[in-house]
Design a binder for this molecule. Structure first.
Ligand SMILES: Cc1cc2nc3c(=O)[nH]c(=O)nc-3n(C[C@H](O)[C@H](O)[C@H](O)COP(=O)(O)OP(=O)(O)OC[C@H]3O[C@@H](n4cnc5c(N)ncnc54)[C@H](O)[C@@H]3O)c2cc1C
Length: 498
């Protein structure tokens, strides 16, 4: 099968997962990546305290990675040190209250009882069971299946009819659903926030996203040395199996003739022929013609619309004083609805919720007031219209004047003089991930049918496949990894290798 050539455009997690699997099966795989590094959204920035993870930091569904490595004849623990977090996140509110959540149900019952009373703990118990039931319904027919299948979900749903009815049939919005479930508005806010994990506004996402809590509660892991170790390691394994990586090579066009893939054309004009092309960029790049006029017809135009959330992302090093931070921290605002109304209106939220990943430094991963630590702060934002140019100076000033005073008012002081280069804006995300509109999670999860509308791995062009967070089963590091599996299996089946 070495005579069959597969070109992968992009070395994000979806592209890397597919490269590992295909190369292990003996396929001739070449990866073209426009950046000088693998990982895509798993980016880093330099700082005096070492490399800062400036993309994803919450690693869930570890078993997806274990399975990938096993399928390639490797044990993940021989390559990466991945440790479970005891505290999955520390949450702070404006009234000075705070709540730690754990990957232990019993501990969560205790901490919620102490935080908000017995009634809230009982409400949490009910919500936790529902979230688990929804995830069980979703896992096989949706996440693990190359094509989402409704019927098996309904059949399997026999034992969970109440959960299905409450979420799927009543088609409620996540925020409203949670408001009915929790009498403490802080808990509504906390569990509603999980919609943002897949780029949704809690005010517009379907209540089925209540299942994300179950994913988080099953465990959050940390990669020693940083999340950026994961793509580097995946690249090494794919290379070992024979895959060839070319960095700093932007693909300008997917060559197609008579609705069949012929290869790619690089920015330099060089053409490279291939039997199969796997596109790991945002599917909207295809429909908007960024990969050539012929590729526009590869997927339905609406399959990547509407767009998911973008973000303003700070990464910097500083000394933190005033608050004892965990690795993952959330500083909530007092008017959560207003934040997402601002975003829906396309403006920077005037009073946002701030997620802070406190990464310590190279010697000690625990943040402390005596040492300089690395930080990533994420603020949800609207995607950007392709027609508008944004002024970085102006965005930087506004974002700076919002972010750091909010933290100080909540008791966290960071010793730094913010610089423009420490901030990545939605407009810059659009430049980093062309055709994305700055959306970080592909198609938005809004609407009960969004799961069924995402592009699948196989396109309408023969030999053109897709993998990544914009493709089924959706965004997030493990999901993108799973989409790489779906694409690789489909390609192997086409090449008669399975
Ligand atoms: C700030 C931030 C925080 C996040 N937090 C989390 C989190 O905590 N947990 C989590 O699970 N997920 C999180 N996510 C989402 C997660 O990072 C993504 O869903 C996932 O990494 C996407 O992987 P992907 O396979 O789609 O590839 P991407 O990461 O989108 O990479 C695509 C690659 O393709 C390349 N490419 C595109 N077009 C071309 C072309 N024409 N030629 C050559 N190369 C091209 C790009 O340069 C890029 O390297 C976060 C994302 C961001 C940005």
């Amino acid at each position: 099968m070495k005579d069959k050539k597969v070109i992968i455009v992009g070395s994000g997690i979806g592209g890397l997962a597919a490269a590992m699997r295909l190369a292990t099966c003996g396929v001739n795989v070449q990866i073209f990546e426009k950046q000088p590094y693998p990982g895509g959204k798993i980016r880093t920035n330099n700082s005096p305290a070492g490399l800062i993870d400036s993309g994803p930091t919450v690693l869930t569904m570890y078993e997806v990675f274990e399975e990938l490595f096993r399928a390639c004849g490797e044990a993940i623990e021989n390559h990466l040190e991945i440790v479970p977090e005891e505290i999955i996140a520390r949450h702070w509110w404006r009234d000075g209250s705070s709540l730690d959540l754990f990957s232990s149900f019993e501990k969560n019952m205790g901490s919620i009882r102490d935080f908000s009373g017995v009634k809230s703990a009982q409400e949490f118990q009910k919500f936790n069971s529902l979230s688990k039931a929804l995830f069980r319904l979703f896992e096989q027919p949706i996440i693990k299946s190359p094509k989402p299948r409704l019927l098996p979900m309904i059949i399997k749903g026999g034992g969970h009819l109440k959960a299905l009815y409450k979420t799927l049939v009543k088609q409620r919005i996540l925020y409203d659903f949670l408001e009915d479930n929790f009498s403490d508005p802080r808990l509504t806010q906390l569990f509603a926030r999980y919609a943002t994990y897949v780029g949704g506004s809690p005010l517009m996402s379907p209540s089925i996203l209540a299942l994300i809590w179950n994913v988080e509660s099953q465990g959050v892991w940390r990669v020693k040395g940083g999340m950026n170790q994961m793509p580097k390691c995946m690249e090494n394994i794919a290379r070992k199996a024979g895959a060839v990586f070319s960095y700093g090579k932007s693909v300008d066009e997917i060559l197609i003739e008579d609705k069949k893939v012929q290869g790619i054309k690089l920015e330099s004009g060089e053409k490279i022929l291939a039997d199969i092309v796997l596109f790991n960029g945002d599917p909207q790049a295809l429909t908007t013609g960024l990969l050539g006029a012929q590729a526009k017809e590869s997927i339905p135009h609406k399959s990547s619309l509407p767009r998911s959330l973008s973000a303003y992302v700070w990464s910097f090093s500083a000394k933190p004083t005033g608050k004892k931070l965990a690795h993952h921290n959330v500083f909530f605002n007092s008017n959560y609805k207003k934040e997402f109304q601002d975003i829906a209106n396309g403006i920077m939220p005037t009073d946002p919720t701030l997620y802070i990943c406190a990464q310590g430094n190279n010697k000690d991963p625990t943040p402390s007031s005596t040492n300089i630590s690395r930080f990533e702060i994420i603020i949800n934002a609207a995607p950007v219209p392709n027609t508008k140019i944004f002024d970085k100076n102006e965005e930087f000033q506004r974002c700076k004047n919002i972010t750091f005073p909010i933290l100080e008012s909540m008791g966290l002081k960071l010793s730094l003089d913010p610089k423009k280069e420490m901030l990545t804006t939605p407009f810059e995300f659009e430049k980093l991930f062309p055709g994305s509109s700055g959306s970080l999670y592909g198609r938005s999860p809004h609407g009960i049918n969004s799961t069924f509308k995402r592009p699948l791995s196989q396109s309408q062009i023969k030999g053109l496949f897709m993998a990544g967070g914009g493709t089924h089963p959706g965004a997030g590091v493990p999901m993108a990894c799973q989409s790489g599996k779906h694409a690789a299996e489909m390609i192997l089946r086409g090449l008669n290798l399975t």
